[in-house]
Design a protein around this ligand. Sequence first.
Ligand SMILES: Nc1nc2c(c(=O)[nH]1)N[C@H]1C(S)=C(S)[C@@H](COP(=O)(O)OP(=O)(O)OC[C@H]3O[C@@H](n4cnc5c(=O)[nH]c(N)nc54)[C@H](O)[C@@H]3O)O[C@H]1N2
Ligand SMILES: Nc1nc2c(c(=O)[nH]1)N[C@H]1C(S)=C(S)[C@@H](COP(=O)(O)OP(=O)(O)OC[C@H]3O[C@@H](n4cnc5c(=O)[nH]c(N)nc54)[C@H](O)[C@@H]3O)O[C@H]1N2
Ligand SMILES: [Mo]
Length: 688
Amino acid sequence: MSAGGRIRRSVCALDCPDACAILVHVDGGRATKLRGDPAHPVTRGFLCAKVTRYLEREYSPDRLLYPLLRTGIKGEGRFRRISWEAALDLIAERLAEISRSYGPEAILPYSYAGTMGVLNGSSMDRRFFHRLGASRLDRTICAAAGSAALTASQGYRYGTDPEQFPRARLILAWGANILATNVHLWPFIVEARRRGARFYVIDPVRTRTAELADKHLALQPGTDLALALGMMHVIIGEGLYDAEYVAHHCLGFEELAELARAYPPERAASLTGLEPAEIVELAREYATRRPAAIRLNYGVQRTDFGGAAVRAIAALPALTGAWREPGGGLLLSTSHAFPLNRQALERPDLELASPLKRPARLVNMCELGKALTSLDNPPIKALVVYNSNPAAVAPNQNLVLEGLRRPDLFTVVIEQFQTDTADYADVVLPATTFLEHTDLYYSWGHYYLQLARPALEAPGEAKSNFEIFRLLARRMGFTEPCFEESEEDTIRAALSSGHPFLEGITFELLSREPWVRLRLGEPFLPFAAGGFATPSGKFEFGASALDFRPPIESRQGEEALRRRYPLELISLKSAEGLNSSFGHWPEVDRATSVARLNPQDAAARSVRDGDPVRLFNDRGSCVLTASIDANLQPGVVAVPSVRWARSCRGGRNVNALTSDRLSDLGGGAVFYSCLVEVTRCDDSYSPY
Ligand SMILES: Nc1nc2c(c(=O)[nH]1)N[C@H]1C(S)=C(S)[C@@H](COP(=O)(O)OP(=O)(O)OC[C@H]3O[C@@H](n4cnc5c(=O)[nH]c(N)nc54)[C@H](O)[C@@H]3O)O[C@H]1N2
Ligand SMILES: Nc1nc2c(c(=O)[nH]1)N[C@H]1C(S)=C(S)[C@@H](COP(=O)(O)OP(=O)(O)OC[C@H]3O[C@@H](n4cnc5c(=O)[nH]c(N)nc54)[C@H](O)[C@@H]3O)O[C@H]1N2
Ligand SMILES: [Mo]
């Protein structure tokens, strides 16, 4: 890690399971190239396409370099440069005044995983808002339903080591577009297939991952629960389950068996749109072709009943005892295996030192539009956004923008780029990138902890979130010692949980070693002998919550809605971008500007390939370019996301269509339960 060397180390901070170890080639203070570290066991020497090109983002002329004060109207994007002193004074003064007049809960932080770094993602910022007594944000936009489901069934939210995938003989990618969103798992799958494994994809959309699979099961959106129950019907009915594992390590088998009896393959087939024989075959293969690994990603749970679906899918490896075998089991996330000392990092106890003197109310981030337009007692009067771009990524965009336009809302946006959200700010503060600041990185796709030091100098006057919240704390007169902690102190505090997975992992070790594997015991077989962290200590099937229900907009009584909006919109992740983070790149903009339609659906609407089309429903509309695709099933529209709203005609992207309803568990987002209609735009406008 020598500062003067030609190669420096970093860690990719993007919200992706892979958390890659990066080698930064530096020449005369300027980086010339980024490479994946060949020695890292998961990065294995390559980076995804967008991070290979990350230096274009790093050195972009569009980087925010100075604090800005709004001069135009909200959303217009006109600003002038101000000094850090003036910006911090103004923010501190306004926050203090709002806290005095309305109570501190009138202040709302809004952040997600723009950086996965612990320091810049959830440390000084949280301390600051806790001490202030601000409303707490329930960070539900991505993974809440799936997390709540695993918590209920398994207790622990970790699973099969990705490095064990080569040992699997059957791999199911279930709502997981591995090539786009988790590309460092792919080599392990290739290796498994070389050794004879079969690889199946369960996804309503024919993604590139699905194209390269041995089998693609293109089920109807939001019907995974019915598929899993149909599989259980066969597995239990034919005695293919592991009776011993179930007897010792699972709770609620009788109720589950009774529920599964009600889902014979014909019924599961009619609910999912698959063939009965396909379901029978899948179930038999899953139970007998062992080890069997399921890569479940978060696609399934971005739906109305996604929590129940995840519980049912997670029941499969418990039922078959797949957890006993290296290369068997299920992987949704590895994040819960990183038992950092969150109390020390975030200091929730500081709420008691705030004027509120109690835990503040919780605001669900999926309902930002509602919070900004109708929350009361107190209303939201100040919004502080960092690590996120809600004007583009939050559901029910029209309501979000209505809120952001409020002249009486004081909005601060800490950003690297002038995003859709930054256009609505009163004050914009320039932030550093992961190449420019110190941070500690866990991962949600592997089991290595990594520390990164700045590889490059911050441009202009950009500062890290960590530093910005420390400065703001001083301005607010907060005197608790935690606000004076250095990055090193904070990393030491993070590592101090005393959990056995972190045993011997110190700041010194992380400074010496480029990555450190958690102390998991090898091979890591988390549930080979049960050991679930549920109230019963067993895997809890929870059958009473697993009866199938169709997505809300498609259920009985909603036929009229379904007639008006007959197409299911899935605004899945784009392979080229990362959420909205690369929205200013023309290639990413182009890739996220299309709506894929089946030829039948297109013909019924006189839409030709390349036509501008309007997608609409009762919540809003969005204009995109039709891409006709015979490989996509009829009735589904697939939109790679998330494009910057300002690049779309009318200033609205696909989230003008998505709903801010909450999922069945965890209060999560339901981006993929969304009905729309599509029409050809009559005029000839096309952005490309
Ligand atoms: N290149 C790239 N990588 C990314 C991201 C990105 O934007 N771009 N985003 C990052 C983030 S924040 C996350 S959370 C992860 C997400 O990673 P993934 O969960 O893999 O990504 P998604 O596209 O949300 O969903 C995966 C698949 O689920 C499918 N799906 C949708 N509805 C259903 C359903 O009802 N049933 C089933 N079985 N499948 C369904 C979608 O068609 C999609 O192909 O990726 C991370 N990595
Ligand atoms: N339609 C639709 N909408 C979706 C999704 C979908 O699949 N379809 N996916 C949803 C999901 S899973 C997620 S996770 C969310 C993601 O939504 P967001 O969390 O908003 O993610 P990004 O759009 O990548 O925006 C992250 C922002 O953080 C900034 N940033 C990065 N590092 C730093 C830093 O160190 N400091 C500061 N201050 N800023 C930084 C980046 O410049 C970027 O603008 O989107 C959700 N929205
Ligand atoms: Mo996400």
